[in-house]
Design a protein around this ligand. Sequence first.
Ligand code: HEC
Length: 190
Amino acid sequence: MPFLAVFTVKAVDFQSDIQAVLKEHCWDCHSNEKEAKGGLAFDDLEDLTKSQIHPVGLIRPGDPEKSDFLARLKLDEDDDDFMPKNGKALRAGDLAKIEQWIREGALMDAANPSEVEKGRMEEVKLANARSGGEVYFSWTNTQGKVIEAKYSGLEGEAVKITMKSGKSFSVPLSGLSAESVALAKKLGGK
Ligand code: HEC
């Protein structure tokens, strides 16, 4: 699985990193334990996952900028839509953590991603790689030799890759394994 091999650092996830923050600031109004205003209960992980975390949901995996959930936390405290309602803005560090959580795919439990989450993680990773992020893939040539390198573009029948050292080169697709060719084409949007 060349795609997943790159995830060496554990992603931020809801259960270990986010829920405690929401418990501190949102529980009175958004939990089944108390009240679920606006239909939002941050202790109902199944409903949260199904109803709110998807490409057009309040929480849009991989896309914090378009996620209303985060937008409302970043409003001025006196804005009508500001959350936590009648409360104080979250600490900058907590906002950053929520942003990172969404950017990394809004996982519930990073150690046990669901099939849907795995697919999303891969999409997020491909998108990051396409926009020049520090995403390294294992590329295999037809002889079975493997190198770790970033994707830097598809140029005709060759893929440009960049090693950690910063050295780039162009590898003809004909010299790569079928799996690496498929990866290059997927990254290139083909
Ligand atoms: C004092 C009560 C209160 C607290 C505390 C509170 N909320 Fe809310 N929240 C509401 C109410 C009422 C609504 C529904 C009306 C609205 O959308 O403004 C709502 C709506 C929302 C919505 C929009 C739901 C939708 O379907 O559009 C989001 C997102 C949200 N809250 C997030 C949060 C988060 C995150 C926190 C904690 C940081 C929080 N809220 C804390 C009362 C609260």
